[in-house]
Design a protein around this ligand. Sequence first.
Ligand code: DGY
Length: 348
Amino acid sequence: EVWNPSGKHRVVSTKSMPGTRWIRLLTDQDCRVEICTEKKTILSVDDILALIGDRCDGVIGQLTEDWGEVLFSALRRAGGTAFSNMAVGYNNVDVTAANKYGVAVGNTPGVLTETTAELAASLSLAAARRIVEADQFMRAGLYDGWLPHLFVGNLLKGQTVGVIGAGRIGSAYARMMIEGFKMNLIYYDLYQATRLEKFVTAYGQFLKANGEQPVTWKRAATMEDVLREADVISLHPVLDKTTYHLINTQRLSIMKKEAILINASRGPVIDEAALVEHLKANPMFRVGLDVFEDEPFMKPGLAEQKNAVVVPHIASASKWTREGMATLAALNVLGKIKGYPIWSNPNS
Ligand code: DGY
């Protein structure tokens, strides 16, 4: 699909993206926009090489693509200097290789903070209240009347929410769980989440002033403290060498037997095979997963576990956010091509 065929700068998008604002932004600034219409979901390096072709000024790519040495050198040879991931995460991008070939790299933070946090909160509730199991039970025609034991789950109020990685998304999620469900907070991060701490303190005072049990917060000295103490734990680190398999057999073993583990960051943060074993051995332990170690696949055995809620990497999938991500990605590429300061890059 081609927009503004006579445009001076050739910009390729490896996927169709929501909305048209991002296309207009580029075509209004003399760009020819080419959108790949290939039906297969995940493009290979060869597919993308063919898209880049002999002349290409910038590319908007996706987190499912492997942006390394081969693609960045090809983009540079084609005259390109700009690449943006349509994602905040960029573990699929070799930034060192991009730097080597003088290609600027952009990502799309900010616009997906609340949407992603809302999905993590949704998974927390779905796991705590066994929503998916109960839905399947209804649809199977198994409901034959109210029972005291039917789908009994966990009350969140007064329990402790644990956040590992209290950056933009982790902090937004924590606020939702604290304000929405009056949960106490324990978090682990290399940096102090000052604004989050201030929020919990102020909210605790508000509750106290209204005669309610105040919420509390604690910055944990170690990640293990969060795993041991929290009832619901949500993972929000970036994926790199230090966070690969952050949650492994040993760390699962120190979590409460009835804990809930949420992951809407990146799949390889959890050793998924170890998780499957843990879910099998601990039926009261529940998990809500948006991401998987070998997407689009789940590790054998995971799909059969009733104590797992699984969704296909949709944390940022609200209309507003996806259009915002597309727009930011287009701005990143346009900014570099036109010499404006790049809108957002992985170091921002
Ligand atoms: C991201 O942006 O990194 C998400 O995983 C997809 O929105």
